[in-house]
Design a protein around this ligand. Structure first.
Ligand SMILES: Cc1ncc(COP(=O)(O)O)c(C=O)c1O
Length: 367
């Protein structure tokens, strides 16, 4: 293996290309000058096309959590329903409470999806004005059924539909406007394959309207500050300009490949990694209808049914790293060791995933 560094196949941050690093290295510009405004304006239609929206798409100099917290702080005065199906979505409930909001957790077992009827039952109580959903729960590899959940949300027009697509945006088609999503957010260190530190988020007109009447929005993450600055092709505070250069270059690549081709590539890579698991008797944690397209979370005993193959995950990781300079994830939170995760998103190709599969096969021997 002649790679000069350990290649990340963990589900974020992931491998960043030399091309992206070069894009980041351009000279600085002032963020209140025409150069930045031109850069911002040029990216906007591409971001809107990527999110299938006419809404403004804002750039946040933060990781995804900044915007996740902001969504709750900007949009709820009554009560938030946090749909919880893994580490990140569970945490969102804790974050809502820490922000001083009234909030309830709709909980399912890790590895299970959130189903539309569960949401309908909760929202029918009439207590909620915002709902949070993680589209692709990275800790369990569950991809929740967004379209059928969106159908339910359309019956509750006063409830803000807040969607985290941190590990799915740009790898999977998500039509923000058609689905009626009010906030759609992602961090750039996942399927966009940029270094961490930048998040993007689309916000609907009705969400901006709601924010006007919500107290305690703060400053840094106030959606109305984002909108006022957006109207001048700027951000509220000094943004992480190197990452914005990188995103601009990445958007060019995304549209050169074509959105449909990009989504199809991610689907194909997912099939390859799932196929590796199937050949080796290692099942995915989620049921087939809810398996993520950008990462695979393999069951290594996480299910109470105990069907997992139970390999020595730490040893598997060590061999992959030492022999192949590849890092996979050894399971997140309470299913650490009882699962392991392999990312297949970003710039990966059939060729690089074949190389990964060769390394997985080699390192699995004897485990
Ligand atoms: C689905 C999901 N949401 C939120 C986060 C939090 O992102 P960050 O740590 O970049 O704020 C992650 C991180 O892995 C994630 O996978």
């Amino acid at each position: 293996m002649n790679r000069d560094h350990v290649k990340l196949f963990i589900p974020g941050p992931i491998e960043v290309s030399e091309k992206t690093f070069r894009a980041m290295g351009k000279p600085m510009i002032g963020h209140r000058g025409q150069g930045f405004q031109d850069l911002y304006a040029a990216m906007q239609p591409k971001l809107q096309q990527l999110l299938y929206t006419k809404n403004p798409v804002f750039l946040s100099t933060s990781s995804a959590w900044g915007v996740m917290e902001a969504a709750v702080r900007n949009l709820s005065v009554k009560r938030v329903l946090n749909c919880c199906c893994g580490a990140f979505s569970d945490k969102w409930n804790d974050v809502s409470l820490r922000c001083g909001k009234e909030a309830d957790a709709l909980k399912v077992a890790w590895g299970d999806p959130i189903l539309p009827e569960m949401i309908r039952e909760k929202l029918a109580m009439g207590r909620y004005d915002a709902m949070t959903l993680i589209h692709n729960e990275t800790s369990t590899g569950v991809m929740n059924p967004l379209s059928s959940i969106a159908e339910v949300m359309k019956q509750f027009p006063d409830v803000m539909f807040i969607v985290d697509s941190v590990s799915s945006m740009s790898g999977v088609k998500i039509e923000m406007d058609a689905l009626g999503i009010d906030v759609l957010l992602a961090g750039m260190q996942k399927a966009f394959a940029l270094p961490p530190g930048l998040a993007v988020f689309g916000v609907s007109a009705r969400a901006l309207k709601r924010a006007e009447s919500v107290p305690g929005r703060g400053y840094y993450f106030d959606f109305l500050e984002f909108k006022a600055n957006h109207d001048k092709n700027m951000t509220p505070s000094t943004p992480v300009i190197p990452l914005i250069y990188a995103l601009a270059a990445k958007l060019d690549d995304i549209f050169a490949e074509g959105l449909d081709a990009r989504f199809a590539r991610h689907q194909k890579l997912a099939g390859m990694v799932r196929g590796w698991g199937a050949r080796n008797g290692i099942e995915l944690l989620p049921a087939p209808a809810y398996q993520s397209i950008t990462l695979s979370c393999f069951d290594n005993g996480a299910r109470a049914s105990g069907k997992g193959r139970k390999i020595d995950v730490a040893k598997f990781q060590k061999t992959l790293k030492e022999r192949h300079k590849i890092l996979i994830d050894g399971g997140y939170g309470k299913i650490k060791g009882l699962s392991f995760r392999v990312a297949h998103m970003g710039d990966e190709t059939v060729e690089t995933i074949n190389e990964l599969i060769g390394a997985l096969d080699d390192s699995l021997k004897g485990l």
